[in-house]
Design a protein around this ligand. Sequence first.
Ligand SMILES: [Zn+2]
Length: 374
Amino acid sequence: MNLIFIMMDGARLDRIVNGKNYSNLIKNSTFFPKTITYAPYTIAALHAVFSGTYGHNNGVNSYWSTPKFKKNEYKTLSLYLQEKGYHTYADVINDLVLPNIGFDSFVVHDELNDDLTERHKLLLENMKTKSDQNKDFFLYLHYSNIHTGIMEQVLKKYDNFSDEYFSKKNENAKFYDTLFENADEYLGEIISHCKKLNLIENSLIVVISDHGISIGEKLGERAYGVYCYDYTLISTALFHHPSIPKKITENQIRSIDLLPTILEILSISMDSNYKPIDGQSLMPIINGSSEERIAFSQSGNPLKNKQPPKEPNVFSIRTDKWKFISNIHNNTEELYDLEVDPTEENNLINFNPDISSKLRQEMNNTLHDGKQLS
Ligand SMILES: [Zn+2]
């Protein structure tokens, strides 16, 4: 079975569930609307997805650390598939976002000038030729144009503390909507093209977003990659194939769970020559079991600096109900009851010492592999 992996960079959950083409696809797929990303920016987010492992373990825990990916310890999705004889092809926004391992072709598009819809339809046609010659393929398509718009109209124009930007939330939201509508159109076209090429029956289609994007919710973060709040931390994942149940799972899962799930669907076993991964297959959940998974995330708040820090300085741990945040840069903590306070306005750190202490311990365990901090 082929794998068509579509990455909708920066697509927000609140828009996704209302997108015309997105919602049609969701109805016919298994959808995880609360897929907690390891990091709310592309590089570390995608290395976690491709390795099934958090960045503090796989080596990529910052904007700077792509070269530090521990490829001898963690086997990537693309390498798994390449070794199984797949033709593997990535069309990416730049050469840092994914581990460039296990790809027969790793091609960078020009996000400012390329027509990604036409480009990716052509790639599907090329892959169809492989498939007709009985060669399975893995095609990774990066939809980068939400990022392009944000880069041009937000990142280049404002800083993280711009009064002008944070005072025009409605306008920011409308601008984001136009970017998202184009993304939804793209997705619709790509899916119809898969249908037209008869790729639906013999391909697993996976559609994910890597993180959300701020429209001005919190001063200090004009886009993403600063804090660990839900408007960026919630990403999404969707699995589409005639054999996969059509359902929506409201409980949170983690982006590190995607790799083992895809491998299980494609009947590829984990390679024991590599380290055990952090993620767990979602197949039990897809098949009906209900379980809570605790999600860990990290970000790098640049504060007043122009560039992100070399090491993460904001950590969060999250259950379906609670989120505990540790700001390493100023030694503060936050606790939110996400059920009653989804926009994370009301910091309960001083009111719920038991929950805080439990989550703080959980965070330490995640970071230090079960060992106590001395
Ligand atoms: Zn991204």
